[in-house]
Design a protein around this ligand. Structure first.
Ligand code: 13P
Ligand code: SF4
Length: 305
């Protein structure tokens, strides 16, 4: 059952011919009014396919909404809360990439989609947690500058013969850094039959204990298709909200109850309603930067098909 604000959002959405996109970490109240929910790659692909809508409400963090804006330079992309930033995306500055390119002139630059638009403009290609190995393998160079997540870099490094050079030092996600081996031992003791699924932003020691290391979208498919009945989920807690709704026959447990991405939760129903009513806050990307970074995004989408 939808509440009054949710019903109002749906009628405004229709009236304004808008589409609402939401990341898997959005709270349930927002997941329920979204037209599309997905992981970073799924959201990129969906954003690249919007044809008949002029207004896009993006319930996710800054880099995701910016990517949608780069892919839709003639549409209005609105983020309901302007402070919804991903701290990791701010860890790699474009100047640092330029400096590293000078140091490694033969290297190709593969950047995690969790970067800001001016950093993306320096990339040869983007990656997400669901396609990083495939994308890196598609590059012609054997030397790859890869950032900003050092843990995703290690995940790729273990699966390719190419030289992966992580940039910058210490790039990380504070949410996925919360998980430790002790948390796994604790949960495994409680739920010995459960399979453990880990996000590649987690530390290598944690990744190594997982039955699978997957993006959030990959985790949903795994739970749906695996013969197991119980799963421990090593990522942000609201992914479980979606899994429980869509795969109710399986049981999932969060690896940690307080693995919460605080900025993802800044969006609320009232703010989504405001976004539709007042068309704020508009996500703007400098035209030159948008043109320069579009190539890396489109290249990734092409390789991922
Ligand atoms: P996914 O692409 O796996 O959803 O990851 C996005 C993200 O920011 C994870 O922290
Ligand atoms: Fe950024 Fe981490 Fe939040 Fe993902 S979970 S949006 S990487 S801070």
């Amino acid at each position: 059952m939808l509440n009054e604000v949710q019903k109002k959002i749906l009628s405004l959405k229709k009236e304004k011919n808008a589409i609402i996109l939401a990341h898997n970490y959005q709270p349930e109240e927002i997941q329920l009014i979204a037209d599309f929910i997905g992981d970073s790659l799924e959201l990129c692909i969906k954003s690249s396919e919007i044809k008949d809508k002029e207004l896009v409400i993006f319930c996710g963090v800054d880099f995701m909404a910016e990517t949608a804006a780069i892919l839709n330079q003639n549409k209005k992309i609105i983020i309901p809360e302007i402070a919804a930033e991903c701290p990791m995306a701010h860890m790699l500055k474009s100047e640092e990439i330029v400096k590293q390119k000078e140091k490694y002139p033969n290297a190709k630059v593969a950047l995690y989609v969790n970067t800001l638009a001016d950093a993306k403009a320096e990339a040869d290609i983007l990656v997400t947690s669901s396609n990083a190995v495939k994308v890196v393998e598609s590059l012609e160079s054997n030397q790859i500058l890869f950032g900003p997540d050092n843990n995703l870099a290690k995940f790729v490094d273990a699966q390719t013969d190419k030289e992966i050079i992580p940039i910058p030092d210490g790039g990380h996600c504070y949410v996925h850094k919360m998980f430790h081996e002790g948390d796994i031992a604790f949960k495994k003791e409680e739920y010995p039959e459960a399979k453990l699924i880990i996000h590649p932003e987690c530390d290598k020691e944690v990744q190594d204990l997982g039955d699978a290391v997957l993006s959030t979208g990959g985790m949903i498919s795994y739970v749906k298709n695996d013969s197991g009945k119980e799963f421990i989920i090593g990522t942000e807690v609201d992914l479980i909200t979606r899994i429980n709704r869509e795969v109710p026959e399986k049981t999932t447990y969060p690896l940690l109850d307080d693995a919460i991405c605080k900025t993802m939760k800044l969006h609320t129903l009232e703010k989504v309603k405001n976004a539709l009513e007042n068309e704020e806050y508009v996500v703007k990307v400098d035209e030159k930067i948008a043109k320069k970074s579009l190539n890396a995004i489109e290249r990734m989408i092409e390789v991922s098909k």
